[in-house]
Design a protein around this ligand. Structure first.
Ligand SMILES: NC(=O)c1ccc[n+]([C@@H]2O[C@H](COP(=O)([O-])OP(=O)(O)OC[C@H]3O[C@@H](n4cnc5c(N)ncnc54)[C@H](OP(=O)(O)O)[C@@H]3O)[C@@H](O)[C@H]2O)c1
Length: 289
């Protein structure tokens, strides 16, 4: 049933759908499908199953979608990710769009400062290796099942970050994870150029989610519902690369790229407090620790 009705309309797999952006995006996609009166199939994954079950119920209250929820730890290795995708396919039919969203952030840490390298390793494991594994498994699935040749075509969406475009003192692992993800997805876009597999790199600034709710400053923050609306629009348009929201982050990222290192260091050291994040390095005025 799902296989027949969703062949003409995009279906989505979202990693990290148990919270924040992934959760809100699933609701937004359901609202859009209801408004357009079209079928929708969703595969929702994360490590925590309870919030995924709650999300499934919330989605079904909006629109009678085909929804499967699956437990997936993106650090569990490529075989676990492939198996999850195959199980989702068996449940809802062809999956056209993969939203590679699962991610974690680390508290501020200067390189070499203490013994906490394990935290940096976990950030890379999740945000970079987990994302690369998800993308690799998704592209393999798309090609093996000819998803790129049929219906709405195939689409890989990476939820990167503004942090991937900047040199942020004390946010090395998070910035590196997102900068490397950007590079990886740009290479994928070149490799799949003639394969009808669209690639989108979406780079949020501050969106109000649990990943940053402990932070003392979150400049230009938007609500998670607004963030999900913007991200859903970029997905619909198959935007190649964009900041979310575009204003003011496109301008801020451009300016910061031209700043000399001493200015970045000055801003970071005069603005930062422990536990703060990317805003501290781009000029939010906070007391020195
Ligand atoms: N919010 C922002 O301002 C902002 C800005 C820039 C970029 N981003 C990016 O947006 C993405 C979503 O973040 P968010 O803001 O929505 O934060 P969030 O509310 O903390 O959500 C993070 C999601 O990732 C999942 N996750 C974490 N580790 C995982 C793992 N090993 N395997 C599978 N799932 C995992 C979590 O689910 P479980 O714990 O259930 O596994 C959760 O659903 C992240 O990649 C983040 O870097 C967010």
């Amino acid at each position: 049933m799902a296989h027949l009705t969703t062949t003409l309309y995009p279906s989505y797999l979202i990693t990290g759908a148990s919270s924040g952006i992934g959760y809100a995006l699933a609701l937004e996609l359901a609202k859009r499908a209801r408004a357009a009166d079209v079928p929708l199939a969703l595969a929702l994954t994360a490590r925590r199953e309870q919030p995924l079950e709650e999300l499934r119920v919330a989605i079904l209250n909006i629109h009678p979608c085909f929804v499967v929820v699956k437990k997936l730890d993106v650090t569990a290795g490529i075989d676990a990710i492939r198996t999850c995708i195959d199980e989702c396919h068996a449940a809802i039919g062809p999956i056209h769009c993969f939203v590679v969203n699962a991610g974690v952030a680390a508290l501020m840490r200067e390189i070499g400062r203490d013994d906490d390298f394990a935290v940096d390793a976990m950030v890379i494991q999740t945000n970079l290796l987990g994302a690369m594994g998800t993308v690799d498994a998704a592209v393999r699935y798309i090609k093996r099942n000819y998803v790129n040749k049929l219906g709405p075509g195939a689409h890989i969406v990476g939820i990167s970050s503004l942090a991937g475009s900047m040199l942020l003192p004390r946010f090395s692992s998070y910035s590196v994870s997102k900068a490397a993800l950007n590079t990886y997805l740009r290479i994928l876009a070149l490799e799949t150029r003639s394969d009808n597999i669209a690639v989108s790199i979406l780079k949020p600034g501050y969106i109000d989610t649990p990943i940053n709710q402990h932070m003392p400053t979150r400049p230009f923050m938007i609500t998670v519902a607004r963030g999900a609306e913007l991200i859903a629009s970029h997905i619909a348009d198959k935007t190649a690369e964009a900041y979310v929201p575009g204003w003011p982050w496109t301008l801020v990222a451009w300016i910061v790229a031209w700043l000399p290192g001493w200015v970045i260091l000055f801003l970071a050291s005069s603005a930062a407090v422990e536990g703060d994040n990317i805003g501290s390095a781009i000029g939010s005025k906070k007391k020195k620790q």
